[in-house]
Write a protein that binds this ligand. Structure first.
Ligand code: NAD
Length: 301
């Protein structure tokens, strides 16, 4: 069965649109997200445009703050402080990557964790690890929501995560191993967690053998066709996070997007599988909207 992230994301957007409408009907101010973009990286420009469009579609106000590549770390920090202190802004993100002369960790650490809708501040990550209410980064939150909406139980299951990045591998591993009392505001009721999690990475020995013992495999490596059919147990759940560009002269853009899974051969063995595109990607954007509303609901009180 296909885990249709596009469909689920559209259902969640409809739910969120309704929540924002109710907020307006009650005469409250509308939620607001600010997005800071530094420089002119074409991929970042596209991501930011998509995020702003997604906000506007559900009635969240979105402000784009564009800064030149030449901005200093100090100037960017000042923008972060202004946003931290601006009561009209519920949440904001600083689009990564940043130019080399700016330390990402310095900038992320300066963001007020209550407005950190990307869930990347050390405070939010630490709170997530400790099982405290937090803003969880968008992709792990989206994966968890996708599993929940398909009623996929993780309790007692062996989950193998391929990839140990701060934005995907580490946080999704943490969320799925946790006791399910960590039910975040705005999340589906299904209790996810209580899994036995193995994290694999580029230095892992015999990845195939480890994957074959998995009930659920989450691949976030950025390597096309890394997960092949011989690595997957019959009936496993496969979540493909990877986004890779493959040259394709037949496509109008000259390329197509593929994941990290050899989809054609893995799909027949999998009980559930998320496609690329249309799986985790749409869930990631919708998670940002959920986080913004979560921050708004906590901010407005
Ligand atoms: P990253 O480059 O920071 O980390 C990749 C991880 O994969 C590393 O920990 C590395 O050790 C591991 N890895 C790489 N090759 C491996 C191999 N052959 N065997 C085992 N482990 C291997 O990447 P990231 O930021 O976590 O992103 C991973 C992929 O997910 C990328 O393709 C990225 O574009 C995609 N992504 C998608 C979304 C989405 O919304 N769908 C969001 C974030 C990232």
């Amino acid at each position: 069965m296909i885990l249709d992230g596009k469909q689920i994301a559209s259902e969640i957007r409809a739910e969120l649109r309704e929540q924002v409408c109710e907020t307006k009907a009650r005469g409250l101010r509308i939620p607001k997200l600010a997005v800071v973009i530094v420089g002119h990286n074409p991929a970042s420009e596209t991501y930011v445009a998509n995020k702003i469009k997604a906000c506007e579609e559900i009635g969240i106000e979105a402000e784009r703050i564009a800064l030149e590549d030449s901005v200093s770390e100090q100037q960017l920090l000042e923008v972060v402080h202004q946003l931290n202190n601006d009561p009209s802004v519920d949440g904001f993100i600083v689009q990564l990557p940043l130019p080399e002369h700016i330390a990402e960790t310095t900038i992320l650490s300066a963001i007020d964790y209550r407005k950190d809708v990307d869930g990347l501040t050390p405070e939010n990550v630490g709170r997530t690890v400790q099982g405290l209410p937090s803003l969880v980064s968008a992709t792990p939150r989206g994966i968890r929501e996708l599993l929940a909406r398909y009623n996929i139980v993780t309790e007692g299951k062996h989950v193998v995560v391929i990839g140990r990045s701060n934005i995907v591998g580490k946080p999704i591993a943490m969320l799925l191993m946790q006791r399910p009392y960590l039910s975040l505001p705005g999340m589906s009721a299904a209790s996810l967690g209580d899994a036995t999690v193995t994290i694999c990475h580029s230095k892992t020995r015999d990845l195939a053998a480890i994957c074959r013992t998995a009930d659920i495999i989450i691949v976030a490596a950025g390597s096309p066709k890394l997960l092949t059919a011989d690595m997957v147990k019959e009936g496993a759940v496969v979540i493909d996070v990877g986004i890779n560009r493959m040259d394709d002269p037949a496509s109008p853009r000259g390329y197509r997007l593929v994941g990290d899974v050899d989809y054609e051969h893995v799909a027949p063995k999998a009980a559930y599988i998320s496609p690329v595109p249309g799986g985790v990607g749409p869930m990631t954007i919708v998670s940002l909207l959920q986080n913004t509303l979560q921050a708004y609901n906590e901010h407005i009180r």
